[in-house]
Design a protein around this ligand. Structure first.
Ligand code: FAD
Length: 524
């Protein structure tokens, strides 16, 4: 999270800090001074250190030695060149300085300290976005792309593009994540089946490699770096600018939640709808589970229907919620209801259980913000989040459903949080990028988004995650984890499979001293 201190206090702290050399820890645990002559805007006050030490997961706590709040990309490049130990001064003594770790931090919405740099330097990318000239988001003259400072949040891209009547096409469910943070993972959501993940919708990047070199890359220019960095978990360089594809922005959305009591109908309809990637199909598709052993959130539905929705869940123990959206604007207004009717007429949902809201495009994309506000007001946002996100091959989703959802989840005395369950198309992903997916045309995105609160501790919830992974392993279901955190090298090698050698080769090429994003625990 970024600092809430007023600008004048920050200026004073910065001034004070800039007059004293900053002490951080080298890879070998030796004290290293960041010399004043490096002219870096570093913060070491307890508030800045504490803010950079934890993340949304609320499970890990790793103090950096300092936080860099850069006002230019050259500051980041200078830091990285010094971190490589190439300078001839070391806190007053001669000889090359020891190396130390550096991690870019976007919004710190990682789950297990992935954006941390224990003892080293965390680079607050929001500072760079604030200092971006002429602006953090610059829309091209023809409105086909935006050049965006990587520390910018997606919500701000949406706002800036919206003023020009254009919009990115691929979104995460939550918009208060940074461009650099989601591009380092994949950036997936309900538009992925149609447009691919966010990493499939980038034309060009500016990156400062682990060696401190500033490089521009694209599918044609330095493609190894371009494809490596997309989904690269921050391992090869710090993204400072991304050129994001834009398209015409709709103004409104018909947003539906459609309830199923029968899994095979739910699966069949989800897969049929994602196979329609032309203009006639839905623009957004996700799905989630409502279970009688969890909190049944009926707030989406009209007040008059909430009781019967809750009864449906109680009667069946589990209800599958198909969530789809169709965008429209003034030109398509006359036909939108017919289109929705055509798309939903043949679906096999529980009769009478289709609900539609008509909302502005911005409100639809920003829908999770309301959930955040609700949870914050209940003190349930800043709690541990032992989330498990996995991609399950489409050919095994019935086995997965029977074993994990019926066998494990429904047999728990209680469940917490949201369970996401929806398919997507692999042909919208580019296998040259670093993110790993199952090797099948259709795979499912499953998210167990659990929150520990009250008497429940996160380790208990983590047991469920372990059981899910164990079940998949025992049943030979070849899942890929997303937003994962492994601590053993063999798990990373297994995760990357045939791409591991290439991943390692790129690490040696772009970050040979293994300085970047140590919180991912891949090369420590
Ligand atoms: P951080 O946590 O700050 O960083 C993540 C990693 O990226 C770290 O390793 C960091 O070092 C690296 N990094 C950050 N910035 C840069 C950069 N500029 N250059 C290079 N490396 C960098 N994900 C989805 O795909 N779809 C969703 O729908 C979705 N919903 C979410 C909802 C919530 C409420 C939360 C908390 C997370 C969600 N996520 C989702 C996960 C999210 O995409 C990742 O956690 C993402 O990393 C968060 O972005 P961030 O800016 O907070 O990254």
């Amino acid at each position: 999270m970024t600092s809430n201190l007023g600008p004048s206090i920050i200026t004073l702290i910065t001034l004070f800090i800039s007059l004293t050399p900053t002490l951080i820890k080298s890879d070998e645990g030796i004290d290293v001074f960041l010399p004043i002559s490096l002219n870096l805007t570093v913060l070491t006050d307890p508030f800045s250190i504490s803010a950079a030490s934890h993340d949304f997961g609320n499970i890990t706590d790793e103090n950096p030695g300092a936080v860099l709040c850069p006002s230019s990309t050259t500051e980041v490049a200078r830091l990285l060149r010094f971190a490589n130990g190439g300078f001839s001064y070391n806190g007053g003594s001669t000889g090359p300085s020891p190396t130390f770790k550096v991690a870019a931090r976007g919004q710190g919405h990682s789950l297990r300290g992935q954006a941390s740099a224990p003892g080293g330097v965390v680079v607050n990318m929001a500072c760079l976005a604030k200092a971006a000239k002429p602006a953090a988001v610059v829309i091209s003259a023809d409105g086909t792309y935006a050049d965006v400072a990587a520390g910018t949040m997606w919500v701000d891209v949406l706002k800036a593009a919206g003023e020009r009547g254009v919009s990115p096409v691929s979104w995460t469910d939550y918009l208060y994540l940074s461009i650099g943070g989601t591009l380092s993972n994949a950036g997936i959501g309900g538009q992925t089946f149609r447009h691919g993940p966010q990493i499939s919708n980038v034309h060009e990047l500016d990156v400062i490699t682990g060696k401190g070199e500033m490089m521009t890359c694209s599918p044609k220019l330095n493609p190894e770096l371009f494809y490596g960095v997309l989904g690269g978990l921050g391992q090869f360089g710090i993204i400072t600018r991304a050129r994001i594809a834009l398209d015409h922005a709709p103004t409104r959305v018909k947003w539906s939640r459609i309830l199923y009591s029968d899994f095979s109908s739910f699966k069949r309809d989800q897969e049929r709808l994602i196979s329609m990637t032309n203009d006639l199909g839905v623009d957004f598709l996700e799905g989630q589970l409502m279970m009688s052993n969890g909190f049944v959130d009926t707030s989406f539905f009209p007040l008059s229907d909430q009781t019967r929705v809750a009864s449906l869940v109680n009667d069946h123990r589990i209800i599958y919620v198909l969530e789809v959206a169709k965008y429209y604007d003034r030109t398509t207004l006359p036909i939108i209801d017919q289109v929705i009717d055509m798309l939903t007429r043949t679906l096999g949902f529980a009769p009478g259980f289709m609900f539609v809201q008509d909302v502005p495009y911005f409100d639809f994309l920003n829908r999770v913000r309301n959930e955040e506000d609700k949870l914050r007001s209940l003190g349930l946002w800043e709690v541990p989040h032992p989330w498990l996100n996995i991609f399950v091959p489409g050919s095994r989703i019935i086995d997965f459903h029977d074993g994990v959802i019926n066998g494990l989840l429904l047999n728990q005395t209680s469940t917490t949080g949201v369970t996401l369950f929806y398919p997507t198309n692999r042909n919208k992903w580019n296998n040259r990028m670093s993110t790993m997916t199952p090797d099948e045309d259709v795979f499912y995105v499953i998210g167990f988004l659990q929150s520990a609160g009250g008497s429940q501790n996160w380790q208990e919830l983590e047991n469920l995650n372990d059981k899910v992974i164990q079940f998949c392993e025992n049943s030979g279901i070849k899942i890929k984890e997303y937003l994962m955190h492994y601590t053993r090298k063999e798990d990373w090698v297994k995760h990357f499979g045939p791409k591991w050698d290439d991943f390692l080769r790129k690490k040696i090429m772009f970050d040979p001293k293994r300085l970047l994003s140590p919180g991912q625990d891949i090369f420590n």
